[in-house]
Every structure is written in C-alpha cells, then in structure tokens.
Design a protein around this ligand. Structure first.
Ligand code: SF4
Length: 377
C-alpha cells in the first residue's frame, strides 16, 4: 500500500511565530508550509485582491496565502477572534476571496479567544489526532518556543544597540533562530536556548556606549512583523537604540491561551485595564487598551521614549492615538506615532525616526545633567 503523504498546512507570517507553529504541526505529523517571507510581491498580491481601505495585516495575510497556495498546500490556517475590530471579519472575507480566485485548498480557523480549548480543537481538526497527550505535547512545545523567542529577541536588541561591527548581532541572532526552529522536544529546546544565548552574547560590543531605550507598542501584527513595520527595530538599533516590544506573543498567550492556574503575577491585559483606566475605561478592540496602558507603563519605568505603530485605517489604534495627547499631562515620555500602509515611503520614515532618537538623546542628556551636573559635560 502506498504511504499517504502528510497534510501540508500553510499559515501566514507574523514575525517569528512560524517557528512555533511549525513545531506544533510537526509533532502531529502535519507538514508545515512556511510561505515565502513577506515581500513587496506579497503586499502587491494582497493589496490587489483586498477590499478597499482594509488594514495592512489583512493584505499581507492574503498575499501570504496566495503565495502558499501556488505551492499546492492542503490547508491554509488563519487566526480569528470575535472582537470589536475587523479581525472577526477577516476569516470569512479571506476565505471568499480565495474561493473567488479559484484556489482549492481547505480553510481552517483558530479561534483565539477560545483559549486552550480552541487551540486543542483546532489541532484535532487539522491532524485528526484525538490523543490528548500528543496534542498537549504539541501545544506545549509551541507555547514554550514563543517564550524562548521573546527572551532571545530582547537579548538580541541589547547586543544590536551596542555592537561594534554593524550586522554581527543579527547574524548571530539568525543562527540562534535556526537552533530554536530545529528543536523537536523540550529537552532539545532548553539546550538550543542556552546555545542561542551564548551565540548572541558572543557579539563584540561596546558596553559603555550611551544607548537610549525605547518601548514599541501598537497593533500587535505590526509590532511583531519586521516587513510591515519597515524593520523598525533594526533601524533603531543602527542609531544606538535598545528596543523592547511592549506587545509580545508570549504576553498575549498568557492572557488568551494559558490556563489561569499556570499564570504568575499580573498579565499584560490585567495591567492594561489597571493602567489605562484614567484614560480609557473599556476594551475598544484591537490592542488599543494595551497601547494606552503601555505608554503609562513606559513612563512609570522612566523609559526614554515609546513608539506606537499602527496600520492605516485601524480604528482601535486611531482611538488610542487620539488619547495620547491627553496623557501628556501626566506622562512626560516622548511618544512617536507611526501609521503604516503599502504607500508608506522609506525616506520620510527614517527621517522621523532620526528626529525622534535625537530628541530622546537630548532629553536624556539634560536629565542626567540635572541629576548630576559635575559628571555630564
Ligand atoms: S486591530 Fe486594527 S489592524 Fe488589527 S485587525 Fe483590527 S482593525 Fe485591523
């Protein structure tokens, strides 16, 4: 009898999340198909067939799926949520477009806010596997990889802002990612994380370099995805800025997927409700609540600045950007807001980043001078 080939499943890109997805699927005997990394071509394809004024993540996801479907995948897997913004509509709409374009693969959706149960159901439907031990192992490796990826991302940012030769930290980071991708079980993952950390730490740096620290918040897809945010962290790294993503997939998992009994301390969403309260009383969809609270949180920690990135026409983030001016009465932190779409030009974008970095550096200099007049020239 002929061996049945494994089902081939494609999922859209969002930063490095593909590494975790791929591991969960492999554990279940499903072949993950990683679409070509998002590019100008992906965006052109997605934009061409997307509804007018839809947000940038939608266009990129559609483009990713179209490129994947050219390679004969059996399923395209999409994340959905019933929230207040358009994400709840994405699934059906993308499904219709793909059908109208004549693509034949099946479509499957992971309902984000069904938490652990939703993930379990999604993987069962996809793989046909009902054995809870195998399914839990698949979820476990994916979730743990997400946490590892976020940890090494932060370490990478520290080294990139201080590296002596530009590009060394990134080379080491890419090798570190390959190690995390290859780890097949928890034991291997622990070993890979140690090796990844030593690789990144082997980057020669100038420990005494004066760097500025910036938090990055906004719509989660744009915060995570270097193509859609025009590689903001790399650009800032070149300017001697250490970045920290306020919105991470691991913090999202803590809120949406991980059962309460396994959580320690305040989660991002709990903090968001607490810290956004003086300015925003309820969840208005997307990541607006988190964005508003992230500004207050960065201000409280004395971070040098915060950058808010959002897709053009994203309603929740338009709301949060309109709240920032009233926050300036209580928060002295500089805020830069950036709105992205397929028309966003590069030159103006870099100029805005440079001006913002300059402002933060001056502010930091005068702050230090006030604190310590003798040591700052
Ligand atoms: S949060 Fe904004 S960008 Fe994200 S799906 Fe909703 S409307 Fe689109």
């Amino acid at each position: 009898m002929k061996n049945k080939r494994p089902i081939k499943v494609a999922f859209p890109h969002m930063g490095n999340v593909y590494i975790a997805w791929a591991s969960a699927l492999k554990k279940l005997g499903v072949e993950p198909f990683i679409p070509p990394y998002s590019s100008k071509k992906t965006l052109e394809l997605g934009t061409k067939y997307s509804p007018d004024s839809i947000c940038l993540p939608y266009k990129l996801i559609l483009g990713n799926f179209m490129q994947a479907l050219e390679k004969d995948v059996d399923y395209v897997a999409m994340i959905s949520s019933p929230g207040i913004c358009r994400l709840g509509e994405y699934g059906q709409s993308i499904r219709n477009i793909l059908k109208d374009l004549g693509y034949e693969s099946k479509y499957i959706e992971l309902q984000l806010y069904d938490g652990f149960k939703g993930m379990y159901k999604f993987l069962t439907e996809l793989s046909g596997i009902k054995n809870p031990i195998i399914l839990i192992k698949a979820i476990n490796i994916a979730v743990r990889k997400i946490f590892v990826l976020d940890r090494i991302e932060n370490l990478f940012s520290y080294y990139r802002a201080r590296e002596i030769t530009f590009g060394t930290a990134e080379k080491n980071y890419n090798r570190a990612l390959a190690l995390i991708l290859d780890a097949e079980n928890i034991k291997e993952l622990k070993k890979s994380e140690k090796e990844a950390v030593s690789l990144i730490k082997s980057t020669p740096i100038d420990k005494n370099r004066e760097v500025v620290n910036v938090d990055i918040t906004g719509e989660i897809f744009l915060v995570q995805d270097p193509f859609s945010n025009q590689n903001i962290e790399k650009e800032l790294g070149k300017m001697g800025v250490q970045t920290r993503r306020s919105l991470t997939v691991s913090s999202f998992l803590k809120d949406a997927i991980i059962p309460k009994c396994f959580k320690k301390g305040e989660t991002h969403l709990e903090r968001a409700f607490r810290m956004a309260k003086p300015y925003l009383m309820r969840d208005i969809g997307g990541d607006a609540l988190e964005s508003v609270s992230d500004v207050a949180y960065a201000n409280e920690r004395g971070v040098d600045g915060i950058i808010h990135i959002s897709p053009f026409t994203c309603m929740p983030e338009i709301m949060s950007q309109n709240i920032f001016p009233s926050m300036r009465e209580d928060c002295e932190i500089p805020i830069l807001t950036l709105i992205m779409d397929e028309q966003s030009g590069r030159a103006g974008y870099i100029t805005r980043l440079e001006a913002f970095v300059d402002l933060m550096k001056r502010k930091k200099f005068y702050k230090n001078k006030l604190k310590n007049p003798k040591t700052v020239a």
